[in-house]
Design a protein around this ligand. Structure first.
Ligand SMILES: *Cc1c(COP(=O)(O)O)cnc(C)c1O
Length: 389
């Protein structure tokens, strides 16, 4: 059976070149980067090279990039580290209702420990309400955190404008760029970003390695305590092979950025066009104007998304409902809820995300099967008669 992976926002396969770059660092060059003999120095050099590759992709200085264990860790580090560092100035942070759970659940934890959090809403097209961000700022605000690209509906947020608002009021700006990295051009200095979270496994690198960009001078408190790795900012013996893989993936993402955006958005637009043309009762969620090149988030009226997901899986197609993190619970997606999508429509929503290995034939296979599956599911539901589908 044909296998069609269409969930690149959940994770991506490791590219062959990335794996090839990593392999020697498990075996021959296995040294501890903190050791002072040759094995250690080789390992340290490999990390320096990877740091340069990632820094280059985002327009940062290499000494502003700190490797972490994941994108989630970079988000946690930012929130805990900035609120601790600036506790004397204030205890208020501003974020949005559509952030990844790594931000939202960290904020909930901080609220139990005396931090005030404002969750700004979004417009029906998924873009954040800029004026509400500015209105929410008080003299106690220490951080504004708004994601660069939303993982469910793919909306690209105007982070440069948000950073300007933050800086006008002397507030630090963080962006979760886990979905943005490799999918839209990023220059942290030009965009005024003070802290930024990244993850390797969303850009064809390995799982379990991420990074935090922290502008020189920001100095958020440490989150992991122990040894003096990452210039004393993040303890733990480095994930050497993982970091080498992240560096290689970043280098490839930079070389491939324009092509990647062009190819993915063409395939994604073809998918949306075919689905909305051949299947009645479908709507695309989120703006088409500033959008993740691979993201198609589509509601199929009067059907359960989980039923579609399982039936697609039975013909070898992988997609997700709402977001991967909430696909195990029946709680409606917090992102679509914030956009004002009614609950029954949220339950019929599927996220398709295409990537570098997706082909036009894959899309045709998905559309063909999707049309059959949707027709079948509507046949066995009572709304079919009413709607005449
Ligand atoms: C995947 C993702 C994360 C989490 O990154 P991990 O490396 O899997 O912990 C955080 N934010 C966004 C927007 C994501 O898509």
């Amino acid at each position: 059976m044909r296998q069609v992976y269409m969930d690149y926002s959940a994770t991506t396969p490791v590219k062959k070149e990335v794996l090839d770059a990593m392999m020697p660092y498990f075996t021959e060059h296995f040294g501890n980067p903190s050791s002072l003999y040759t094995y250690g120095l080789e390992a340290k050099d490999a990390i320096t090279k990877a740091r340069g590759q990632l820094a280059h992709l985002i327009g940062a200085n290499p000494d502003e990039v700190y490797f972490t264990g994941s994108g989630s860790e970079a988000d946690n580090w930012t929130l805990f580290g900035v609120t601790d560092k600036l506790a004397k100035k204030g205890n208020h942070i501003i974020t949005t209702q559509i952030e990844h759970h790594a931000i939202l659940h960290s904020c909930e934890f901080l609220q139990k420990h005396g931090v005030d959090v404002t969750y700004v809403g979004v417009n029906p097209d998924g873009t954040v309400k800029l004026d509400e961000i500015e209105k929410a700022i008080t003299d106690k605000t220490v951080l504004i955190s708004v994601m660069l690209i939303n993982n469910e509906v793919g909306t690209i947020q105007p982070v440069k404008e948000i950073a300007e608002i933050a800086h006008k009021h002397g507030v630090l700006f963080h962006t979760d760029a886990v979905q943005g990295l490799g999918n839209t051009p990023i220059n942290v200095h030009e965009m005024g970003i003070d802290l930024m979270s990244m993850s390797a496994h969303k850009i064809y690198g390995p799982k379990g390695v991420g990074a935090l960009y922290m502008r020189k001078g920001v100095n958020a408190s440490n989150y992991l305590h122990g040894g003096a790795q990452e210039s004393g900012h993040r303890a733990s013996t480095e994930n050497l092979a993982g970091i080498v893989g992240f560096g290689k993936a970043a280098e490839m993402a930079e070389a491939n950025l324009e092509n990647h955006i062009k190819n993915c958005s063409a395939l994604r637009n073809y998918l949306i066009e075919q689905v909305t043309k051949t299947i009645p009762g479908t709507t695309v969620n989120g703006t088409m104007e500033h959008r993740h090149p691979g993201n198609a988030n589509i509601t199929f009226e009067y059907i359960e998304g989980e039923s579609i997901l399982l039936m697609l899986d039975s013909v070898g197609i992988s997609v997700s409902t709402g977001s991967a993190c909430s696909s195990k619970s029946l709680k409606p997606s917090h992102v679509l809820t914030a956009m004002g999508v009614p609950v029954e429509k949220i339950h019929g929503t599927i996220r398709f995300t295409v990537g570098d290995f997706t082909t036009k034939e894959d899309i045709d296979y998905v559309v063909e099967n999707l049309a059959k599956i949707v027709a079948r599911l509507r046949e066995i539901s009572s709304v079919n008669e009413k709607k005449g589908w």
